[in-house]
Write a protein that binds this ligand. Structure first.
Ligand code: UD1
Ligand code: UDP
Length: 378
């Protein structure tokens, strides 16, 4: 038995961290042994707020750091400066971080400076390419060396950590919490609130869902991706593209320049997670450079072209649901047309594989935390 209630500071700042931490917050709140304190850096603002609202996540502290066009050093400094006094005030027994953003690494560094143990959710993902993805590969590796409890989503992620010399007693395979979130939010026969989506005749047209945001794709690679999308719809006019555009001006400017006036291409604002997941369910193929969407797409059995040169999620490549196509225009168009010709029009789908988890990851994390505190109390 845990003798006293332990305080766990749960920190996140961007859209995907919030989506993937929401199930963990929920589980920890239900535990009688753990007292979660929710801190958001708000590295993202609008993208984060959509998630907070959907999951009804109550935040105890909002550091509100987002400013347009700020660089990585500015994000890092603001988070470090604000977390120090907050840790002194709250004195958490453990800090829980997620994934590989600047919020992740910087929060783990602040916890290390305050000598607070760290739990890393979605630990062990690797490309072993220092600058790809940038800065995420080093964010997760740097966080990893500071971490006490590594919650690895898959066997492969665990093996990466073991090969790096992390003691097996500190690595736990939990599954990815994205599957917990997906199962909670997915709704059969969902009706969209966005006009453009309802207006598409999804039983006649093939739906291509697109997202991009990676820093290493900014500039020419993104121009190539957009030109490939244009060529795809010209070559295959029965396809409709829905592209929720990331609010980063370095993305939206290029996307709008190349794709604004292209028939059958619908550039829309980022969708809230419920709308987005249900749009994935209706999509025939997905083109993305996202991390989380690779996991969701393979959970939903959606053929996906990954617009990157590397991936830290090789499981989906091996299973065949995701193809790594990079950012070369000809390659994207060829792979896209192949899929469009092969793929029957989607009528519906639901979670079809448990490659990345079974929906119980957050429960496992809660139980592992309770065991951890029990052991250090002995
Ligand atoms: C960040 C993470 C990336 C993660 C991605 C998920 C870092 C360095 N990058 O990338 O790992 O995959 O989030 O989406 O941590 N913006 C808004 N409103 C928002 C969000 C962003 O206006 O709600 C704009 C701002 O101009 C901001 C810019 O987007 O400066 C970039 O945001 P930033 O958090 O630096 O990086 P992302 O590319 O979103
Ligand atoms: N997502 C969303 N609305 C959108 C686009 C994406 O809710 O318009 C969700 C998506 O389902 C996934 C997460 O955002 O769970 C992925 O975020 P992103 O691609 O920004 O980051 P990454 O996963 O690459 O870190």
């Amino acid at each position: 038995m845990v003798e006293e209630i332990k305080k766990v500071a749960i920190i996140f700042g961007t859209r995907p961290e919030a989506i993937k931490m929401a199930p963990v917050v929920k589980e920890l709140k239900q535990s009688q042994n753990l007292n979660p304190v929710v801190i958001t850096t708000a590295q993202h603002r609008e993208l984060l707020d959509q998630v907070l609202e959907l999951f009804q996540l109550e935040v105890d502290y909002d550091l509100d750091i987002m400013k347009p066009k700020q660089n990585l050093s500015q994000i890092t400094i603001k988070i470090l400066q604000q977390l120090k006094p907050l840790f002194e005030q709250e004195e958490p027994d453990l800090v829980l971080v997620h994934g590989d953003t600047t919020t992740t690494f910087t929060s783990s560094l602040a916890a290390f400076y305050a000598q607070i143990p760290i739990g890393h959710v979605e630990a062990g993902l690797r490309t072993y390419e220092k600058y790809d993805p940038f800065p995420e590969e080093m964010n997760r590796r740097l966080c990893g060396v500071l971490t006490e409890m590594h919650f690895a989503p898959t066997e492969q992620a665990k093996n990466n950590l073991l090969q790096e010399g992390i003691d097996e007693s500190q690595v736990f395979i939990t599954g990815n919490t994205i599957v917990d979130a997906l199962l909670e939010i997915y709704e059969k026969d969902y009706r969209f609130s966005k006009g453009v989506i309802n207006d598409l005749d999804l039983l006649k047209e093939k739906l291509i869902l697109v997202t991009t945001h990676r820093r290493e794709n900014l500039g020419q690679p993104l121009v190539n991706i957009c030109r490939a999308i244009k060529e795809l719809v010209v070559s295959y006019p029965q396809a409709e593209v829905v592209f929720p555009v990331h609010p980063n001006p370095k993305i939206s400017k290029i996307v709008k320049n190349v794709l604004s006036d292209v028939p059958n291409v619908h550039l829309i604002e980022p969708l809230n997670y419920k709308e987005f997941i249900n749009l994935m369910v209706r999509a025939d193929i997905i083109l993305t450079d996202s991390g989380g969407i690779q996991e969701e797409a393979s959970s939903l059995g959606k053929p996906t072209l990954l617009l990157r040169e590397t991936t830290e999620r090789p499981e989906a490549i091996v299973s065949g649901s995701v193809q790594l196509v990079g950012t070369n225009k000809t390659r994207i168009v060829k792979a896209g047309l192949n899929l469009l010709h092969e793929q029957p029009i989607t009528s519906s789908s639901s979670v079809v594989t448990d490659l990345y988890g079974d929906g119980q990851a957050a429960v496992r994390i809660r139980e592992l935390l309770i065991t951890y505190f029990n052991n250090i109390n002995k």
